[in-house]
Design a protein around this ligand. Structure first.
Ligand SMILES: *Cc1c(COP(=O)(O)O)cnc(C)c1O
Length: 396
């Protein structure tokens, strides 16, 4: 049985009737940019988030960029972020001219190690960007305390975390801004590029609305320097008809994660869900010391896997100028060698999941590999579990 990493064709076939209707409605309307479909989606997404003001934009990358610009970030500033993320997070910082400053991640939750933040804050730090990677949120409460103490603003990269929660509050509504991506494979995807920014305050929202539309306060009056970054009517209409399903899809993602964890926990390091939040499993990421061999084996069995991400941002050629050295971010570099993302999308069937589980078990049994206990995952995982910060997903 073939198990693909994603299946957007099947997704379209399942929702074809309502998507086609939305597309036809927009085409017939003759209104393609900044129209009623966008207004409706922004309103629906505000309701979904339960807080904040939402402005649609052209992509997740630009959502982060627009939020940073609304904070006034420029080339003299530093923006604190993790290196273990999709490189676009860092690109958005670079687009403002600011310098990205990297902190390490926690090797058991895969997200920003908040205990490292304060030591790296300088006079130039303007914004912290917590990235809710794989659908798991950063520990926001202590992070906001630090941000408050130093007068630094917070832009959440919630591109992989639509619907995730932190002590009941939705990802993207806790910091000053939340940035979302509607890249087709995200937890809610457009049929093309799309993004949105949620702002906590009306004043920040008003700035976003100008920034995304050439800096205009009203037509032909440009109060600030802006760009063109808009969510078009077609994508907004398609997103509106998908939004009612996101909760159901996220539930299914959690079910799939549970099935994987039950079957795999004695063989590989399975993901943990932090006690403070609800994980929405944009990706299901395991760790193993035999990652490359396992990936090749699964590929032979027709099971598609990916690595998110094989080369951390600070080790990319584009960011060599920042001067980071190997071992500057030990957990990030350790994970890059060990992580593997298994197939994860809502229409994945139980039998497909069990097929992946069976092949991973076979791979380990044939070679007599069991869950490996290299120092970093054992110490961090055990400490966190005993400290109550995180526990295995399977215990929920
Ligand atoms: C997808 C993604 C982005 C970029 O979003 P685009 O819509 O592709 O521009 C940024 N950050 C993270 C963590 C992402 O996963």
């Amino acid at each position: 049985m073939k198990v693909p990493f994603g299946n957007l064709k099947l997704h379209y076939e399942t929702y074809k009737a309502s998507i086609d209707k939305s597309v036809e409605r927009v085409l017939a309307s003759g209104h393609f940019i900044l129209g009623p479909e966008l207004t409706r989606f922004e309103h629906d997404f505000e309701e979904f988030l339960g807080a904040g003001y939402v402005a649609g934009c052209a992509s997740g990358t630009e959502a982060i960029y627009l939020a940073l610009k609304a904070c006034g970030v420029g080339d003299k500033d530093e923006v604190m972020v993790v290196s273990h993320t999709a490189v676009p997070t860092i690109n958005a910082i670079s687009m403002t001219g600011a310098t990205p400053v990297f902190v390490d991640v926690d090797a058991s939750t895969y997200v920003m190690d908040v205990t490292e933040v304060e030591a790296k804050i300088t006079q130039r730090t303007k914004v912290i960007v917590p990235v809710h990677l794989y659908g798991q949120m950063v520990d926001m409460e202590p992070l906001l305390k630090i941000a408050d103490k130093f007068g630094v603003r917070v832009v959440e990269d919630a591109a992989q975390a639509t619907g995730a929660t932190y002590r009941g509050a939705k990802a993207g509504t806790i910091g000053d801004f939340g940035a979302f991506s509607f890249y087709p494979s995200k937890n809610i995807g457009a049929f093309g590029d799309g993004g949105a920014v949620a702002a906590k305050s009306r004043e920040d929202f008003d700035r976003l609305i100008m920034l995304r539309n050439y800096g205009q306060s009203k037509r032909y009056y440009h109060d600030i320097i802006g760009i063109n970054s808009r969510l078009d009517e077609l994508q907004a209409a398609i997103l509106s008809c998908q939004l009612p399903y996101v909760e159901e899809w996220n539930k299914r993602r959690r079910e799939i994660a549970h099935l994987y964890t039950e079957g795999l926990k004695d063989f590989v390091v399975t993901p943990l869900e932090a006690e403070y939040g609800r994980h929405v499993f944009h990706l299901y990421v395991i760790q193993t010391a035999h990652r490359d061999q396992l990936q090749a084996y699964l590929s032979e069995q027709d099971i598609q896997t990916l690595i998110h991400y094989p080369i951390p941002a600070h080790m990319q050629n584009a960011y060599a100028y920042l001067g980071y050295k190997p071992s500057d971010l030990p957990a990030t570099e350790y994970l890059a060698k060990r992580i593997l993302s298994l197939p994860m999308f809502p229409s994945l069937t139980d039998s497909q999941v069990l097929q992946v589980v069976k092949c991973i078990r076979e791979f380990h049994q044939k070679r007599e590999f069991f869950v490996d206990s290299t120092p970093m995952d054992v110490s961090s995982t055990c400490v966190k579990m005993e400290g109550g910060l995180a526990r295995p997903f399977s215990q929920r």
